[in-house]
Design a protein around this ligand. Structure first.
Ligand code: GAL
Length: 411
């Protein structure tokens, strides 16, 4: 969790802006909420290397020097994260680290960074690399591992940015702590649904050791680059909920002093953050039904899966997402989620209203606004009463349900 400069500022940032952002993060309680790392994305060095091939600081934009700046951030409780590229140049044309892996890592470390986002622009010809995308990223992964051993220090966190390229769970998971599953996020609904659709087929790749990176949080983005984009309040809640419960890295990229109170409150939802940061359960929630008449497990970039669930240290998690442009009653049987036990009652806690909303018996219906979300935590509330006394069938789902003598039960 943390902050990333790129979607808010592109290349237009400097020491003053970063420090004001950091102070804002502290004052707003965002650091305390868990956003405790700041990614200096593209453009923070000079555009040329030094005489020994080293990366150079930019004294105009960072007059106090990189180390002094990252030290200041640390006093505010924020660690510093660097950005580079597995090619000749970064995407914005600054020096890339291909062929300079160890040297650049040494520089980043000296400047006080402990995390590296690694992009995929300006790559060398095949005849030069003779090693494919895996090999280009493996060079840096090896440099990170070697440095950690040699220096007897924690390895850099390695965040692979290859825009979903080439089934990342096959290769990037071997090398890094996270990998992008899509191109760059945009601050509008269709971009969010396309990413959620991708994630609905890849959620299983996420665990404690590696995470699908769904890209930065656009909540409250007053942004650069795509000024026409914006999200409604309900869309911003859906965005944050999906990113957090699918255990994506959570990096805010908003010009915070301009963000609305609503946006800040979304980003600080501690009930949802604690699922993202669950110390015992590393997996993402998973879709159990697409809904709205759609076939399950069929990709649909504008209408991704709507019914999701998974386990957590705090109860069974449900995420319901209304992908329609009209309000919708979202109905589900509790046992559609693997994490639910049949024959039990469940206390229902709403992670957006932060209230307990009674007890669920077998199924639930939740009304959601267009593009709205529900994030629920269900906790065991004891056995359900005798079904016949309630006029309920003995089994919620009849198929293969039998009496002890083996005859099929039918309602
Ligand atoms: C893109 C990357 C963005 C940002 C940008 C910097 O390739 O996906 O997140 O890092 O480059 O130029």
């Amino acid at each position: 969790m943390g902050y990333n400069t790129f979607n808010a500022f592109g290349c237009e940032y400097n020491e003053e802006k970063l420090l004001s952002m950091a102070h804002s993060m502290v004052e707003e309680g965002l650091v305390e909420a868990g956003y405790n790392s700041m990614i200096f994305d593209d453009c923070f060095t000079q555009k040329r290397r030094g005489e020994d091939g080293e990366l150079l600081e930019d004294p105009e934009r960072f007059p106090s020097g990189m180390r002094a700046l990252t030290d200041k951030l640390k006093t505010l409780g924020i660690s510093a994260s660097a950005y580079s590229d597995a090619g000749y140049k970064t995407c914005a044309g600054y020096p890339g680290s291909y062929g300079h892996e160890e040297q650049d890592l040494e520089t980043f470390s000296a400047w006080g960074f402990d995390y590296l986002k690694y992009d995929n622009c300006y790559i060398p010809f095949d005849a030069v690399t003779q090693e494919n995308v895996y090999g280009r990223y493996e060079r840096m992964a090896k440099a990170i591992a070697a440095r950690a051993v040699n220096m007897n220090e924690q390895p850099f966190v390695f965040s692979i940015c290859q825009w979903g390229w080439q089934n990342p769970w096959v290769w990037a998971k071997r090398l890094g702590h996270s990998w992008r599953i899509n191109g760059d996020i945009k601050p509008w609904w269709e971009s969010l649904t396309a990413i959620i659709d991708n994630a609905s087929f890849q959620y299983w790749a996420t665990d404690f050791y590696g995470h699908n990176d769904m890209d930065m949080l656009e909540v409250g983005n007053t942004g650069q680059g795509d000024p026409v984009g914006n999200l409604t309040y309900d869309e911003a809640k859906s965005h944050f909920t999906a990113w957090a419960l699918l255990k994506s890295p959570l990096f805010i990229s908003t010009n915070l002093p301009n963000a609305t109170q609503e946006a800040r409150d979304i980003l600080k939802n501690s009930d949802i953050i604690k699922i993202n940061q669950d110390p015992n359960v590393g997996e993402s929630i998973a879709p159990f039904r697409w809904g709205s008449g759609q076939l399950d497990y069929v990709s649909n970039a504008t209408h991704p899966a709507q019914y999701w669930s998974g386990n957590s240290s705090y109860g069974v998690v449900f995420m319901l997402l209304n992908t329609l442009d009209t309000p919708q009653d979202m109905f589900f049987n509790l046992t559609e989620s693997w994490a639910i036990r049949s024959g039990r009652l469940y206390d229902v806690y709403d992670m957006w209203t932060h209230t307990h909303n009674g007890t669920a018996l077998r199924n639930m219906t939740v009304r959601l606004p267009p593009h709205g979300v529900a994030a629920l935590l269900l906790s065991d509330a004891g056995p359900e009463p005798e079904p016949s006394a309630l006029g309920l069938p003995y089994c919620a789902i009849y198929w293969q349900c039998t009496w002890p003598n083996g005859t099929y039960y039918s309602n």
